[in-house]
Design a protein around this ligand. Sequence first.
Ligand code: PHE
Length: 475
Amino acid sequence: MVSIRESIHGEWSSRWAFILAATGSAVGLGNIWKFPYITGENGGGAFVLVYLACILVIGVPIMMAEIMLGRRGRQSPINTMRDLSIEAGHSTHWQYLGWLGVIAGFLILSYYSVIAGWAIAYIMRASSGVFTDASVEVIKNEFVSLVGDPEKLIAWHTLFMVMTMVVVARGVQGGLEKAVKFLMPSLFIILILLVGYSMQNGEFNMAVKFLFTPDFEALFYKTDAQGNQYMSWNAVLIAMGHAFFTLSLGMGAIMVYGSYLPAGTSIAKTTFMIALADTVVALLAGLAIFPIVFANNLEPGSGPGLIFNTLPFAFGHMDGGIIFGTLFFILLTFAAWSSSISLIEPAVAWLVENVKISRAKAAILMGLACWGMGLLTVFSFNIWSDLKPLEDIKIFKDATIFDLLDYLTANIMLPLGGLLIAIFSVWIMSREASMEELDMGDRIGFKLWRFLVRYITPIAVIIVFLNVLGIVTFK
Ligand code: PHE
């Protein structure tokens, strides 16, 4: 018997159900919307290389640690951390790690829902045929008119938040398991189709060169408003932060999913499958988008609108584009949906455990709060688009409220949460407990995991943090 506790929220019906749900959490807007645009903003190849390295040496070990902690604690991350720290004979202050995650999830979902709303809006546009034979300008204008209209954004944001609340209210097995089973493979197929289109009709070689030829100058050197070049490690922090974001790590989503995992499932193997699927989807998205960017002289660093300005062009010019385009945005919406539910699950599980309200009530409460917070993001694309709260700080000179929220959560809160999870798993929890839960024996795999989580993750996260803060510099 590996774990002595039982979850009051139920369990996944099988190992595969967990893999699908965790993959559903990992694969989302982060892969298809965010990865391409931040890669474009940070110069391509070198950024991708750092990102892939972070997935391998930080993301995979931390995901194993999160699943392990979740399955051992069998509760919401807050209570799991409390009980596991008691078990290890340490201060229950570790429960604040759970709180950090709950707050991060709340902030992320507030803007995630607004962007998912764009995807829903694009289902309508794609199906009505507005992209058919449209020029790059027409497609750009469509996007500008959507984000410029707070009413439309609020309407779609509301719809998406309601969808999220409904699924979370229904619980672990209710519906979601089934939906994800069908959706994930379909998304995969459509992406491959899009890559096929881009291969034939876009500048595919340029895109491959952009994504896979590392240019470290482009990663480290930025230009300020006066045109002076300066060196910054900010892009490395963004790549690392994205590794956490895309794998849903550092805030308890994977931990809480792990708490519903049946005993006896190999944590290492499942983690590899999830990380691999997530990475492949991100790279396919890049290979679908950048050939179109280069073929049409679009700007790779044009920001959050990138996929909405490129993919509709491809759909508008291919056979069956209306069907494929509609299908693509439906799947993107579903990918976002299976991620958004994991963003509030830690908070909802805690409310059910500690405040003793029903799952449905907890889901509605959290959903309403996130909805309200989301209005900040809605307005940062239109009526407050000139508001740059931290413009005196060089790296934030152009950052809107949305940009700052994204930066704070993905680049600071998630890596910080990951750092604390790493410290807890190998410095606080006993070696025997983690060995028992990971169930790999005392072999090379377990030793490697411990080494990475003990030294590499903490050191990497701390160095990058200190560097961006300007405390440690390299020349
Ligand atoms: N991994 C999700 C994505 O890539 C986002 C997410 C982050 C979900 C953190 C849960 C927790 O879209």
